[in-house]
Every structure is written in structure tokens, then in C-alpha cells.
Write a protein that binds this ligand. Structure first.
Ligand SMILES: Nc1ncnc2c1ncn2[C@@H]1O[C@H](COP(=O)(O)OP(=O)(O)OP(=O)(O)O)[C@@H](O)[C@H]1O
Ligand SMILES: Cc1cn([C@H]2C[C@H](O)[C@@H](COP(=O)(O)O)O2)c(=O)[nH]c1=O
Length: 660
């Protein structure tokens, strides 16, 4: 069935999770991976229970069997990660997922039938290998199913579903084992069969998502596995953003793993016992869910790269506080905050990978991240308790008072310092607003003014990078509006007034050379002040539909984010210059900078800026639109002219002033 609503023109806010679920292809994939995750968790519980039961009554053997299952789940990622990424990028992703689900179902069904501990362990490895391919194929497909401005919400849903299904899985597993207690070991077999069924249903759900395809390669040759791995590795290590993301995400996981690995001893040291342990765990995972769900919305005006790195540093600080504060109630609150920071970083990291890694290497990159994360998890879980045990329990007498300091807290402190250092390294690699103080950015992301929207006429701004097609679409729109009997004024910035023409000459002439960035911002703002007062306001007052080719968003994107200026300063100056007059609708034509600039040969002073400058400009436009989606129409400008024009007309039709 064709898509009934258009995800690109859906006016719902970018952070609205229901809006992502209205995208049919994503919704089906979401149902599929929700089921797969549920199956994964039930499988983990059932296989550990089965391993214990097959190991017999011996305490040591039972523990060894459970540990074996857990260890073997992590092991394949360490060895097979790069191969999994190659498969995800090389094969049709939809069929990879369908077959992956069916193979996992078959392995799960075989486990109770074979019924030996050896087969439980072997099948665990095989199932994990298949999951390793399935995960990156799914992660790499999501950015192709949802518009860019909804990718963050899609990732929030993915992550919340992946981890959130642990709870229903535990409930289902407990229910199955309680209800069929009379059946002895068959209860566990039943859980394994239920788990297999979830994979089959997941496969069926993916069959209908035809939009998932193969990775798009620039050239259709098929590189060898070895070359793909080398290229994947060199892509990750030579791209500062991706390097920072991989290091940072691994750091966030290490921080979480330290709390998991040491939690039991830590609460014991605080004399909080089993209930304290449960509360601490709940606090970390609850905070994680809150961070994933709310941090992007709370800090909607903050650059995602900055939010990612800040979340990491925040996790380190919380971990240090957890180590220093020896009181369970306060520790619980800090654990929530720690989870929140780690959750914010995790969701931003995933979104950035989806947005900035090209489709052709995305599967490999996600596989690389998963391998790195699992390696870090395995190493941290192994080392942290050992380090805590080696440090032991210590009591010092300082000034007549005895102070106890134990291994768990000390190890946490060391991990906190490491997480902080990793956060700072990630910040340095990835910061997209060097020179702009972080706290000013945070303040700005809270303190917004509402703006003034015209009540007569209709004010439309056409925005986007250079060569995105603004002039083309503006001209087509004017034609259509005139056919509708509207009074129309097409204007532009800079250069619509006599003063503006002079200013345009100055800011765009390459002969002007490098000028102070503040001077540049003020020249553009002066053009706007004259434009609004002498052209835009009078036309709106007369009831016209005014289309401006660029407006304040261009200043916020080019001067506020492209240059090293404080965005809040640029915003204040421009709001003042324009009397805070805002467009009823801004049409954002979104295009990779290179594609836009390749559409013409000559370069003016601004077009001649670096590729990084233009990437910052593009991201800034998208972030502005995501923050106030009700006033934006974001369009994928790679589409052809007529398709774009039709989407613009569809959105504007209900907004047009009545014609007498
Ligand atoms: N949808 C499209 N697909 C391919 N080419 C396009 C499309 N729309 C416009 N073009 C072409 O791209 C070039 C730039 O288009 P246009 O001048 O409309 O962009 P612009 O965003 O106004 O550019 P600038 O930022 O320089 O003002 C033109 O040659 C135009 O014909
Ligand atoms: C309004 C405005 C524009 N710019 C930049 C963006 C473009 O590179 C040029 C204008 O050229 P166009 O061909 O008319 O698109 O100026 C800017 O940096 N700041 C602004 O406020």
C-alpha cells in the first residue's frame, strides 16, 4: 500500500515520536526490531537458565555454564565485528535481516531439541554472529527510511525499544516459567520456543518493508572483504568526527559498565544490601531512558556534537561524585543523572553517525562501533572487579577521625577520570563551534523570544545552502500564486534595496577578502533592517504574499554557525534589525553542500568558504527547523524541480490569504 501521509511535509515537531511512527516503512522496521530485541532478552534469560539446569547440581559448574553463555555472547563481536559490517554494506539489507531472523529462530528451536550444554554454548555463538550482522544492517537502514530531521527521534525510539524490551522480556519469561512450573524444564524450553516465534514474526514484518535496500556505492564494483575492512578502519581512524564518536561512545559504555561491574560491592560497602543494588540499577537504567527520551528536546538549540561530548564529560563527573559520596539516597540521584548524561550521549552519537557517515560505509561503521562497545564492555567488566579487589577495603585515621575508603569507590574514581579525559578528547575532535563558550550555547538553547508573525498578507522565506534551488523554487511559486489570483512580491537578501545592493557588492565580492566576522554579520543585518522596513512590511500590510529568497536563518546559519561568532549575539542583532518579524513559513531546501556548489562554476566570497563551513551551515539550518517545525517545511532538494514545487504548493495551499 502506498504511503498515505508524506513524512517530509508532516508538520509535527521533529522530536514527536508518533510522527516517526507514522512513516510506514520505519514503523514496520520498528515492530520488527522491537520483536527481535524482545526475543534477544528472552533468549538470554532462557539460555542462562537452561545452561544452569544442564550443568547439574554442582555450584561451580552451574556458575561456569552461566558465565560461559554470557562470555560467548560478547566474544563473536570481538572477532567478527568487521566481517559483520562488510556483510551489512555488501548484501541487500532487507534480505540480510529476514534471513538473519529466520536463522536465529531455527537455532533457538534446535537448542531444546538437541538438549546438551555443548550445543547451548555453540548455538549461543552462532546466534550472536547472526545478530552481529542483523544489527548494523538495521542501524544503517534507518537513515534511509526517515527524513534527516526525524532521525534523532527514530534513534530515540530504536534505543528505548532495544533496552526497554528487557523489562517485558523478564515479565514474559517469569510468567512462562510460573505458569508452566508443573512442566519442569519444559518451562524453559517453552520460553525458548516463544523467543523463536518472535524472530519469525519479525522476519514477516520486514518482508513488507521494500524501502530497505542495498548500500549505495559511488561505483558499482564489489570490493573484497579485506579491502572493505581496511577501508572501513581507515575511514573511522582518519575521520575526526567518526573517531571522536567511536572513542566517546566506548567511553560512555565503559562508565556504565563500571557501575554494573562494581555495583554489587559498592552497595555492600554502603551497607545498602540487595534492595540498594536493585535501586542503583533501576536508577542508572531509568536515567538512561530519560536521557535518550528527553535530552534532545531539552537542549534542542544545542549543537548535537556538543551535547554528545558534554554528556560524556557529565557521565565522568557523576561517576566521580558516585565514588566520593558514600550515601545510598544521594548516590541514587547521582546514578539517575549519570544515566541521563550517558543516554543523551548515546542517542546523539547514534544520530550523528546516521547523519554524517555515507551510506556506503554506514553498516561497517555501526559494526565497528558495536565491536568497540562490546570489547570495552567485556574488558571493563573483567578488569573493574579485579582492580577493586586488589585495592581492597582501607581505613585511614585523619585528625582522629577514621575514614573508610574501599576498592569499588576508588576504581569508580579512576574510571571517572578516564571517562572525563575521553569526553574532553571527543570534544576536541568534534566541536563544531570552536571559540564559542559552551555555557552561552546552553543558555541560548533555553532563552528564546517568541517573535512577531504577520497578521496581514503571508510571509514566506526560502532558505538553504548555496545552489539548493531557492531562486528556481521561488520563481515557480510566484507563477503558481499569481495563477491563484494572489498579490505577490518576490524579494531577496542581500540586495533588494539600493542600500542592499551596495552591501551585497561588499559582502559577496571576493576582492573584499577577509573582513571581521562581526563586521560581516553587521553588514548583512543592515541589509535586513532596510529590507524589512522599506520592502517587506509595506507589502505585507497591503495583503501581499511576500517571498524572500533568504532571511534571518541565513544569518544564523552562515554568520552564527559557519563563522566563530556567538549564535546568541548574531540572533539578537538580527532580531533587532528585523523588528523580530518572522516568516509564517520557512521552506528549507536541504542538500549536501557539495551537490549545491557543483551546480554552478563561479564562487563568490561566501561560496568560496571551506567545505566544513558549508557543512556547519547545513546542520544549522536543519537544527533551526527541528526546533520549530510548525513554521518550517523541510524538503530534500535532491528531488527534481517539479516534485519540490508540488510539495511546496501542497503545504501552502491551506495558508493562502482569501482572494476577493
Ligand atoms: N531540483 C533541482 N535539481 C537539479 N538542479 C536544479 C534544481 N533546482 C535548481 N537547479 C539548478 O541548480 C542551479 C542553482 O539553482 P538556484 O539558482 O535556484 O539555487 P539557489 O539556491 O537560488 O542558489 P544561490 O544560493 O546561489 O542563490 C541552477 O542552475 C538551477 O537550474
Ligand atoms: C541573507 C544572508 C546571506 N548570506 C550569504 C549566503 C549566500 O552565500 C550569499 C547570498 O548569495 P545568494 O546567491 O543571494 O544566495 O550570502 C549570509 O551569509 N548571511 C545572510 O544573512
Amino acid at each position: 500500500m502506498p504511503e498515505v501521509h508524506d513524512p517530509l511535509t508532516d508538520p509535527a515537531p521533529a522530536h514527536d515520536l508518533r510522527a516517526v511512527l507514522r512513516i510506514r516503512a520505519f514503523r514496520r522496521l520498528w515492530i520488527a526490531f522491537g520483536l527481535s530485541s524482545l526475543g534477544d532478552w528472552i533468549g538470554l534469560l532462557a539460555l542462562t537458565a537452561m545452561a544452569k539446569s544442564l550443568a547439574g547440581d554442582d555450584y561451580q559448574a552451574a556458575n561456569f555454564a552461566i558465565g560461559g553463555v554470557l562470555f560467548l555472547r560478547v566474544l563473536p563481536a570481538l572477532v567478527m565485528g568487521p566481517v559483520a559490517g562488510w556483510v551489512a554494506d555488501r548484501l541487500d539489507r532487507r534480505w540480510t535481516m529476514i534471513l538473519g531472523d529466520l536463522i536465529r529462530a531455527a537455532f533457538f528451536v534446535s537448542i531444546p531439541i538437541v538438549g546438551t550444554l555443548t550445543w547451548v554454548l555453540v548455538a549461543t555463538v552462532l546466534i550472536e554472529i547472526v545478530s552481529l550482522v542483523w544489527g548494523p544492517a538495521k542501524d544503517a537502514s534507518v537513515p534511509n527510511l526517515v527524513p534527516r530531521h526525524r532521525l534523532e527521534a527514530a534513534n530515540q525510539l530504536s534505543l528505548i525499544t532495544t533496552y526497554g524490551t528487557a523489562l517485558p522480556a523478564a515479565v514474559i519469561f517469569t510468567a512462562i516459567t510460573l505458569v508452566s512450573r508443573w512442566a519442569g524444564d519444559f518451562a524453559i524450553d517453552l520460553a525458548v520456543y516463544v523467543n523463536a516465534a518472535t524472530f519469525v514474526v519479525s522476519a514477516l514484518a520486514i518482508v513488507s518493508v521494500a524501502e530497505i535496500g542495498r548500500a549505495v556505492h559511488d561505483h558499482e564494483e564489489h570490493p573484497t572483504l579485506w579491502r572493505t575492512m581496511v577501508e572501513g578502519w581507515s575511514y573511522v581512524t582518519s575521520t575526526p568526527l567518526v573517531r571522536g564518536l567511536v572513542v566517546g561512545i566506548s567511553g560512555a559504555f565503559a562508565a556504565g559498565a563500571v557501575v554494573i561491574g562494581l555495583g554489587r560491592t559498592y552497595v555492600e560497602d554502603l551497607k545498602a544490601g540487595d534492595p540498594g543494588y536493585g535501586v542503583l540499577f533501576g536508577a542508572v537504567f531509568g536515567g538512561l531512558a530519560l536521557g535518550m527520551g528527553f535530552a534532545p528536546r531539552l537542549f534542542s538549540g544545542l549543537s548535537r556534537r556538543r551535547l554528545f561530548a558534554a554528556g560524556l564529560v557529565g557521565s565522568g563527573i557523576c561517576l566521580a561524585a558516585l565514588a566520593l559520596i558514600q550515601q545510598i539516597e544521594i548516590a541514587t540521584m547521582i546514578a539517575i543523572l549519570l544515566g541521563f548524561c550517558a543516554g543523551a550521549s548515546w542517542v546523539c552519537g547514534y544520530t550523528l553517525l546516521g547523519l554524517e557517515v555515507p551510506d556506503a560505509v554506514r553498516g561497517r561503521t555501526f559494526a565497528f562501533v558495536q565491536s568497540a562497545v562490546r570489547t570495552v564492555l567485556a574488558v571493563t567488566l573483567a578488569i573493574a572487579p579485579f582492580a577493586a579487589g586488589a585495592i581492597g577495603r582501607n581505613t585511614w585515621t585523619i585528625g582522629g577521625r577514621s575514614v573508610s575508603y574501599n576498592g569499588a569507590a576508588t576504581t569508580m574514581l579512576i574510571a571517572a577520570v578516564l571517562a572525563g579525559v575521553i569526553g574532553v578528547i571527543a570534544w576536541r575532535q568534534m566541536d563544531d563551534r570552536p571559540g564559542v563558550p559552551f555555557w552561552r550555547d546552553v543558555r541560548r538553547s533555553f532563552g528564546k523570544t517568541p517573535g512577531v508573525y504577520p497578521t496581514t498578507g503571508l510571509f514566506i522565506a526560502m532558505e538553504g545552502g548555496d545552489g539548493a534551488g531557492k531562486s528556481t523554487q521561488s520563481a515557480l511559486l510566484v507563477e503558481w500564486l499569481k495563477e491563484q489570483g494572489q498579490q505577490v512580491l518576490l524579494t531577496r537578501e542581500p540586495g533588494a534595496t539600493e542600500l542592499g545592493k551596495t552591501l551585497r557588492g561588499i559582502v559577496l565580492d571576493p576582492a573584499t577578502g577577509d573582513i571581521s566576522h562581526r563586521a560581516e554579520a553587521l553588514l548583512y543585518a543592515a541589509d535586513k533592517a532596510e529590507h524589512v522596513d522599506s520592502v517587506i512590511k509595506p507589502a505585507l500590510k497591503a495583503g501581499a504574499v511576500v517571498i524572500t529568497d533568504r532571511y534571518v536563518d541565513s544569518a544564523l546559519a552562515y554568520q552564527g554557525s559557519g563563522r566563530d561568532l556567538d549564535l546568541s549575539d548574531v540572533e539578537r542583532v538580527n532580531r533587532w534589525a528585523t523588528d523580530d518579524l518572522r516568516p509564517n513559513l520557512t521552506i528549507l531546501l536541504d542538500l549536501p553542500p557539495k551537490s549545491g556548489l557543483d551546480r554552478f562554476a563561479g564562487r563568490d566570497r561566501i561560496e568560496a568558504q571551506s567545505h566544513d563551513f558549508h557543512v556547519r551551515v547545513r546542520n544549522a539550518f536543519l537544527e533551526l527547523a527541528a526546533a520549530e517545525p510548525q513554521h518550517y517545511l523541510i524538503l530534500d532538494a535532491t528531488q527534481d524541480r517539479e516534485e519540490l514545487a508540488a510539495q511546496i504548493r501542497a503545504r501552502l495551499q491551506p495558508m493562502l490569504p482569501k482572494v476577493n
